[in-house]
Every structure is written in C-alpha cells, then in structure tokens.
Write a protein that binds this ligand. Structure first.
Ligand SMILES: *[C@@H]1O[C@H](CO)[C@@H](O)[C@H](O)[C@H]1NC(C)=O
Length: 337
C-alpha cells in the first residue's frame, strides 16, 4: 500500500510546475532579468586587461562636460567600453538621440561609448549587472563631473589588478561612532577612510551581481527612500564579504566639478571645486549618517573597515603611500585596521 504510486498527486504536482514555469517566463519578457543566473558570464572568462566605464549622467546642462569626460575615458588603453547610464527620465528623446550620436562620433578610433537610457531613476540602477554588455573583469563607476588624468586612471587600474577583491577609489570618507550620542555617523578623517565615493569607484564586475541580486533588498530600499547612499551600501557589502576596507589612490590631476546629489563634504583634492554652504553640507552628512545606521541595523553588525594612506604613482612601479605627508611602502600598512 505504502509503495503504490499516487498518480493523482503526481498530476497535481505536474500542473503546478507548468504554472510556475509560465509565470516565471511571462514576468521578465522585457528585455531580460538582469539577475538571471543563466545569462551571467563566468568571471574567469571576462577580460582581465581592461575595464568597462559606467558613467552616471543626469543633468542636461552638463552634457558638454559629460562628452569630454566620456571621450577621455574612451581614449585610454585600459578601457574596453564606456557606458553612459542616463538616469533622467524627463530628457526629451530628441536630445537623447542627439547625445547618442555625439557620443558614438566621439569614440571613433577608441573604445566605444554607448548611451544607455535607464528605465528608472533609482540610484541602485548604477550597479545593475549588465552581463550582455560588460565583458571585463573590472568596472569603473563614476560621475559625469569628475575628470581624472589618463596616467592616474591606468595607475588605479594596476592597483586594482593586484587587489581585485577590494574597492579602489580616489575619494575617501569615513564612518565613525559619535560617543556622546552613541550612534554611527558619516564623516571625514584626515588619516583614514572606510568608504570610497562613486565619483571614482573601481571594483570587480561580480560585485554588481552581489549588490543587485544578493540579500540586500531591504538596504536597496533605503537607498531608494533616501535618494542617496548607493556608494555607502556597496562599501558595506564588499567589506562584509572580504572583511577589509577599500584602497585610495592619488591622482596627478583630478577635476571635480561638484555635484549637488553627491556632495561628499570637504575635499582633499587640490582642484576640488567646492561651493556648498556649510548648512547644506551638514544636512548631507546627516542623511548619509542615517543610511549608515539603517544598513547597520539591517545587517546587525558594522562591516566597514578602516584603511590608511593613499597609493601614489611614483618612482618606477613601486607602490608608495602618502601617510601624513611621509612616503612609505604601502605593504607596511595598507589594509591594516
Ligand atoms: C552634438 O554635437 C553638436 C555639434 O558639435 C552640438 O552642436 C550639439 O549641441 C551636441 N548635442 C548634444 C546633445 O550633445
């Protein structure tokens, strides 16, 4: 009796499977589910010798600057492709197609620049995996108002190449504990950092999948509610995975034209243009502090780790770090907590 096959329940199970299958296929008809495992590329098959640059574009008034920045990235030998992620849903289609034409024309003879209109203005979309487009092991996430010289871009890529699990950036910020209020805050320390901004964030392509398709849904919702903090969340997730902080590299020449949406506070870069009033900056820090507390609450721990010093491109290939104005070998203290 016990071994008798129950055809009735098998039939019901079969119908259930059909239903699930139909539902799953109709859900993601247009164009594909970016988290679909079957379309992800295996990391070891991705190109290790070049990166894909993902520039966030939003402001129509900054299009000339965006064009110039995209063009200079596309001319670099370490860049395979440049994607301009356009997040402004109100831009007229006519302007977008003009921009798209101009970008293609600007990339003649260099890495291809493509315009990718985003389907939502969510900041989380910066980190969507794009397995059909991205062919490199590394991606550079950056803004449309930060210009980095070609040599420093190559240097940053070399530093990433020897530290492929870590986030490499040029703008550092910190979390800290406010001892009086006993709460986590967002701040800037002169000698250490635990967060790298998306003004220039170089990291392995796999982290896009971890960010967008992993267990961080509640934290991604915080990013949407705040309209901010996607960079902080990426730093949280990577530090949580590798238990180490990011790496800062110095640039010979950085021009930061300032961005109200991403204003990180006082700049440590010589040419950083700053016009933000103190009160607005304070408000910005408070919001970022709120994100840190929310992410901490969801995770139940503080994964952010401090790093010290900055890798600078100097004599030969030697990695030297500038610590408090003194040059020392980076291995002596990079990654120490
Ligand atoms: C495209 O390029 C033309 C010619 O340089 C310029 O006049 C126009 O403003 C550009 N438009 C956009 C949207 O980039």
């Amino acid at each position: 009796m016990r071994n008798r096959v129950n055809w009735g329940s098998i039939f019901v199970f079969y119908c259930f499977c059909l239903l699930v299958k139909v539902d799953a296929s109709s859900r993601h008809q247009l164009p594909h589910d970016p988290c679909d495992l079957s379309i992800q590329r295996r990391p070891e098959l991705l190109r290790p010798d070049q990166m894909t640059v993902l520039i966030n574009g939003y402001s129509e008034s900054r299009i000339p600057l965006l064009l110039s920045i995209a063009t200079s990235y596309s001319a670099s030998p370490v860049v395979a492709a440049v994607l301009v992620l356009w997040g402004n849903l109100h831009t007229p289609p006519r302007l977008l197609s003009e921009l798209s034409r101009n970008l293609s024309a600007a990339s003649l003879g260099a890495a291809q620049i493509s315009l990718v209109p985003q389907s939502s203005s969510s900041l989380n979309a910066r980190f969507l995996p794009r397995p059909l487009t991205i062919e490199t092991r590394a991606v550079l996430i950056c803004d449309d108002d930060v210009e980095v010289d070609a040599k420093s871009l190559e240097f940053a890529f070399r530093v990433w190449g020897s530290n492929p699990d870590r986030i490499v950036g040029m703008f550092g910020r910190s979390h800290d504990m406010d001892l009086a209020r006993k709460e986590w805050i967002y701040t800037v320390h002169p000698d250490r950092y635990s967060i790298v901004l998306t003004k220039f964030m170089l990291l392995k392509t796999q982290y896009l999948f971890s960010y967008s398709c992993g267990r961080g849904a509640r934290m991604r919702r915080v990013v949407d509610e705040m309209g901010n903090c996607e960079d902080i969340l990426m730093n949280f997730l990577v530090a949580d995975e590798i238990n180490t902080g990011p790496i800062l590299v110095g640039a010979e020449r950085v021009r930061d034209y300032g961005d109200a949406r991403n204003d990180g506070g006082s700049g440590e870069n010589r040419d950083e243009v700053r016009d933000a009033g103190l009160s607005r900056r304070g408000e910005h820090r408070k919001r970022r502090g709120h994100c840190i507390r929310e992410f901490h609450k969801v995770l139940g721990r503080m994964p952010l780790r401090y790093s010290y010093g900055k890798m600078v491109n100097s004599v030969g290939e030697q990695g030297l770090c500038n610590k408090g104005g003194k040059l020392v070998f980076c291995d002596q203290f990079l990654g120490r907590r």
